[in-house]
Write a protein that binds this ligand. Structure first.
Ligand code: ZN
Ligand code: ZN
Length: 85
């Protein structure tokens, strides 16, 4: 039942450098990371659909950290999020 032949090659995300062995994983990644503007929380690995949502999340979950590091920027184009396989 081997339909897909990857021949040791992996599928590369067209938007970043991630490699995935399965198209479904790649698709999920693209949807999560690159489609619909996701706003990453600077304090944890969660992403949110809106700036408002991430702010509310930070206010609720990261109150303490917020005191410490007030200056975080939205320039999150470097991808440091753990890969979702
Ligand atoms: Zn990607
Ligand atoms: Zn968070």
């Amino acid at each position: 039942m081997q339909i897909f032949l990857f021949a040791g090659r992996k599928l590369k995300c067209p938007f970043c450098e991630r490699l995935y062995g399965y198209e479904t994983n790649l698709r999920a990644h693209v949807r999560q990371r690159h489609q619909g503007i996701r706003v990453p929380c600077p304090y944890c690995s969660r992403t949110f659909t809106r700036n408002n949502t991430v702010r509310r999340h930070i206010a609720r979950e990261h109150k303490d950290e917020l005191e410490d590091t007030k200056m975080f920027e939205q320039s999150n184009h470097s991808d440091t999020v753990p890969r979702c396989q």
